[in-house]
Design a protein around this ligand. Structure first.
Ligand code: KIV
Ligand code: ZN
Length: 514
C-alpha cells in the first residue's frame, strides 16, 4: 500500500460554509496561492454551480494555481458536472468531485430517491465527469450512517464508472474513531475493485472527533484526508489540516504515512485565513493557537530550558512560529524589510505595492519600536486590503472620550474621491465611529460581528479588528490593523463597506439553499 497521504484542502469550499465566513474571489485566490505554497495536493476551490460568484472563484483559482490540483464540487447531476468542468477548464491539473447521499435517511427524506436511482445517478455523473478530466472523486454523502452492503455496491459501481478517488464522509460528525476506522477497512476489503481507487475521508467535528476519526481512517487504509485550515467548515467545522499534518509528522510510529506539506507555512496561512474570514484562532488551539507553544508552569519552563523535549513534542519553528520573533525596528531599511517579508512568503505584485508597504512599515516603526513577524503580516494584509478598496477611503478620525461624558467621533471619508465628513455620539468610541460613518454612507447593513485581537503582546501591540456586515443575505468580513484600536476599527468597517459595494460578493452558500 502507498504511504503518501494526499492532503485535500477544502477551506475554500466547506470552510466557506462556516456560518459567517465568506470570501471574495480575490481573497480566495490569495488563500489558494498560500495553499499552493503550503504544498497541498488538492485545492477544492468551490462549488461551481452554486452561484456565478462561485463559478468565477473556481475559474480564477484554476487559472493561477499551477502546482496543486484544483477541484470543484458538483452534485451528482449533469448540469453540476458541466459547470464544474467548464470552471476548471484552465487548470493545469483538475478534479471533479461529485457527491450524492447514500444513507437511508438522506435518500428517503432529502433526495426522495430509491437506492437504485441514487446508484444510477452516481454512475451517470461519474461517467460524464470523465469527459472533462481523468481525475474524478465520488463522495457517498453521510457514508458513516449508510448501510454497509449498499455502500459497497455503490462504491464498486462508481469505480467501474471511472471514479479514481472514493470519499466516505462523516457528514454529520457522528463517527467514533474505532468504528469509523473499521468501516474504512471493511469497505476496502469487501469492494472487489477497491485497489483501483484511493480511499478518502472527510470528517466533521460535531463531537470534536474530526481529527481522531480521520487519523483512525488513515490507520485503516485511507490515503486522502479532506481538511481545512484552522478546522473551518460547516457547523462545528472539518478536521483541521494543521493537526492532521503534524500528527502524521510527529507520530510516524503510529501513522506510517508522509505528506508533501511544507509545515513552516502553517502559521502564516492560518493567520491569513483567520484575517480574511474573520474567524480568529482560539489561543489554546493546537499548533496555531497563540499559546500552543507557551509554557506557563514554572516546572515546565524549567524542564524546557534544561532539555526542550521534556515538554515539547514539536518545534515551534517547524510550523512557522518564528524562533527569532523580534525582527525589525525603526532603523531597518528596505533591504531588511523585503528580505524578512520574502522569508515570510510575501510576494509583491508591483513596485507600487512594495513602496506602499515600506511606507506603512516606517509609519508603524515610529509608533511601535519593536516590529515582530506578526506585525509584518498584519501590515501586509492591511495594505493589500487598502488596494481592494474602491468606493470609500478613511481620511481621518478624531475621537473625544472623557470620563462621565458621551464619546463623540468625527470621521472624514473619501467616497469615489469626493470628501465627506460627519460627527456622531455613541456609547463608546468605536460605536461613535461606526455611527459617524453610517450617517454618511447609509449602507443599510447589520453589524453581525465586531472583534479585536492583539497581534503581539504589550500595550503597544497592534490591534487587529474584524467587522462583519450583512446586507440582504450577503456577508462582508472587513479587517483592519493599527496600534490605535479605534482607527483599526474604522479601517475594518470601511473595508467591509467596500466589500459590500464590490461586485465580488455573493449570498452565502447557506442562503443559496445548496
Ligand atoms: O460533509 C460532506 O459530506 C461534504 C461532501 C460534499 C463531501 O461536504
Ligand atoms: Zn463537509
Amino acid at each position: 500500500m502507498r504511504n503518501e497521504l494526499i492532503i485535500f484542502d477544502t477551506t475554500l469550499r466547506d470552510g466557506e460554509q462556516s456560518p459567517g465566513a465568506s470570501m471574495t474571489r480575490d481573497e480566495k485566490v490569495r488563500i489558494a496561492k498560500a495553499l499552493e505554497k503550503l504544498n497541498v495536493d488538492v485545492i477544492e476551490a468551490g462549488f461551481a454551480i452554486a452561484s456565478p460568484g462561485d463559478f468565477e472563484s473556481v475559474q480564477a483559482v484554476a487559472s493561477v494555481v499551477k502546482d496543486s490540483t484544483v477541484c470543484s464540487l458538483a452534485r451528482a447531476a449533469i448540469q453540476d458536472i458541466e459547470s464544474a468542468g467548464q470552471a476548471l477548464s484552465k487548470a493545469n491539473s483538475s478534479r471533479i468531485h461529485t457527491f450524492i447521499a447514500t444513507s437511508p435517511i438522506h435518500m428517503k427524506y432529502k433526495l426522495q430517491l430509491t437506492p437504485d436511482q441514487v446508484l444510477d445517478q452516481a454512475v451517470r455523473s461519474i461517467k460524464h465527469a470523465r469527459n472533462y478530466t481523468d481525475d474524478v472523486e465520488f463522495s457517498c454523502e453521510d457514508a458513516s450512517r449508510s448501510e454497509f452492503e449498499y455502500l459497497c455496491r455503490i462504491i464498486e459501481a462508481s469505480i467501474s464508472a471511472g471514479a479514481t478517488t472514493i470519499n466516505l464522509p462523516d457528514t454529520v460528525g457522528y463517527g467514533i474513531p474505532e468504528e469509523y476506522g473499521a468501516m474504512i477497512k471493511s469497505v476496502i476489503e469487501n469492494v472487489p475493485n477497491s485497489d483501483q481507487a484511493i480511499f478518502s475521508v472527510h470528517c466533521h467535528n460535531d463531537l470534536g472527533l474530526a481529527v481522531a476519526n480521520s487519523l483512525a481512517a488513515v490507520q485503516n487504509g485511507a490515503r486522502q484526508v479532506e481538511c481545512t485550515i484552522n478546522g473551518l467548515g460547516e457547523r462545528a467545522g472539518n478536521a483541521s489540516l494543521e493537526e492532521i499534518v503534524m500528527a502524521v509528522k510527529t507520530r510516524h510510529d503510529q501513522l506510517p504515512v508522509t505528506t508533501a506539506i511544507d509545515t513552516q507555512q502553517i502559521v502564516p496561512i492560518s493567520r491569513l485565513v483567520a484575517t480574511i474570514t474573520g474567524f480568529p484562532v482560539q489561543p489554546n488551539k493546537a499548533i496555531v493557537g497563540a499559546n500552543a507553544f507557551a509554557h506557563e508552569a514554572g516546572i515546565h519552563q524549567d524542564g524546557v530550558i534544561k532539555h526542550r523535549e521534556t515538554y515539547e513534542i514539536m518545534r515551534a519553528e517547524d510550523v512557522g512560529w518564528s524562533a527569532n520573533r523580534l525582527v525589525l525596528g525603526k532603523h531597518s531599511g528596505r533591504r531588511a524589510l523585503y528580505k524578512r517579508l520574502e522569508e515570510l512568503g510575501v510576494e509583491f505584485e508591483s513596485r507600487v505595492e512594495s513602496d506602499r508597504i515600506f511606507k506603512k512599515f516606517k509609519e508603524l516603526a515610529d509608533k511601535k519600536h519593536e516590529i515582530y513577524d506578526e506585525d509584518l503580516q498584519a501590515l501586509v494584509s492591511d495594505t493589500q486590503t487598502i488596494e481592494l478598496q474602491e468606493q470609500y477611503q478613511l481620511v481621518s478620525l478624531e475621537v473625544c472620550s472623557k470620563t462621565g461624558e458621551v464619546p463623540v467621533a468625527r470621521v472624514e471619508l473619501l467616497h469615489k474621491s469626493e470628501p465627506f465628513d460627519a460627527s456622531a455620539p455613541g456609547s463608546g468610541p468605536v460605536d461613535a465611529t461606526f455611527k459617524a460613518i453610517e450617517s454618511m454612507v447609509n449602507s443599510g447593513s447589520n453589524l453581525q460581528l465586531y472583534s479585536v485581537n492583539a497581534i503581539t503582546q504589550g500595550t503597544d501591540s497592534q490591534g487587529e479588528v474584524t467587522v462583519r456586515l450583512e446586507r440582504d443575505g450577503v456577508i462582508a468580513n472587513g479587517s483592519g490593523a493599527d496600534t490605535d484600536i479605534v482607527i483599526a476599527s474604522a479601517k475594518a468597517y470601511v473595508h467591509a463597506l467596500n466589500l459590500l459595494t464590490s461586485n465580488q460578493l455573493r449570498a452565502h452558500p447557506q442562503t443559496e439553499g445548496i
